[in-house]
Design a protein around this ligand. Structure first.
Ligand code: GRF
Length: 196
């Protein structure tokens, strides 16, 4: 029985596109919704063009009331009846209540080799630290930011003349390879910690 997958985005959705294409090329999962906290997110049109239902709930009118924003978003998510939730470039911090609701079946991709560099500006921090390697991590989402069990990682070299942008571009290529691979294994119940 193929799994129903909802994807949350905030921007261009390049990771979402890769996930949708891999699901549509196989029989292990169905993309049932792409939702965003930004009605202008470029990924929403990309999803619609691939035939995936979309929804948007602008977080700005809710101000600091995260719970109210999430309740509005949940209406769309629950209507799609997902088995798995994927965060893909989703830039809002989720409340513990939300993460608990999907604990064990919500995945995120983070552009660093966790547990290093949780939070933002991961590439600048890796360069600043003089790291020889950087990369990305797919992990289960828990209440603690960027902290859940790691499902997969992919590594890239940090080059002497790297800027945060050149490193981000190199890591993004690996994100697009890693996330669909990890999601497929997870959807098939074959998940185990892996390095890309
Ligand atoms: C990527 O670097 C991803 O690691 C981070 O958001 C960035 C943009 O992702 N979570 P996308 O192009 O919107 O998928």
């Amino acid at each position: 029985m193929s799994k129903r997958v909802a994807i949350l985005i905030s921007g261009g959705g390049s990771n979402m596109v890769r996930l949708v294409k891999e699901m549509q090329a196989g029989d292990w999962a169905v993309p049932v919704l792409v939702a965003s906290n930004d009605p202008d997110a470029g990924g929403l049109k990309k999803a619609a063009d691939m035939g995936v239902p979309t929804a948007a709930v602008d977080h700005k009118p809710f101000g600091k009331d995260r719970a109210a924003f999430e309740a509005a978003l949940l209406d769309h998510i629950e209507a799609a009846k997902p088995d798995i939730l994927c965060l893909a470039g989703f830039m809002r911090i989720l409340t513990p209540e939300f993460t608990r609701r999907f604990e064990g079946r919500m995945l995120n991709i983070h552009p660093s080799l966790l547990p290093k560099y949780k939070g933002l500006h991961t590439h600048a921090r890796a360069i600043e630290a003089g790291d020889a390697q950087a990369g990305c991590t797919v992990h289960l989402v828990t209440a603690e930011l960027d902290d859940g069990p790691i499902l997969g990682q992919a590594r890239v070299p940090v080059l002497p003349d790297d800027t945060p942008n050149t490193l981000a571009a190199r890591v993004l290529v690996e994100e697009h390879r890693l996330y669909p691979k990890v999601l497929e294994a997870f959807a098939k119940g074959e998940s185990h910690s892996r390095t890309g």
